[in-house]
Unconditional design. Structure first.
Length: 94
């Protein structure tokens, strides 16, 4: 993947993460669950910004590290909040 495209996609992911709190604003969940969800959202945004920085620096190893971290956060959130988040499917990198 081209670094400029990766930068744009990482920026989009970070921006999307900032919209998640509003998307669940009316969802009934306990205070501890809401805190856990919002903590994961903040991690996703932070890690997407890190991916963006690594892509801008054309650092493939740094990008890979960021992607592994992001995938872990996605899996954790979709596992813990399966009723809300639904199943997760990662596409291939072809």
């Amino acid at each position: 993947m081209k670094y400029d495209e990766a930068t744009k996609l990482a920026r989009f992911l970070a921006g999307s993460a900032t919209m998640l709190p509003d998307a669940v604003d009316e969802v009934d969940m306990s205070a501890p669950d809401r805190k856990a969800f919002l903590d994961m959202v903040r991690r996703l945004e932070r890690d997407a910004r890190e991916l963006e920085a690594q892509a801008m620096a054309k650092n493939a190893d740094g990008m890979q590290t960021s992607l592994v971290t992001i995938r872990g956060t996605c899996n954790e959130c979709h596992s813990q909040f399966a009723d809300l988040a639904g199943p997760i499917q990662f596409g291939s990198a072809n």
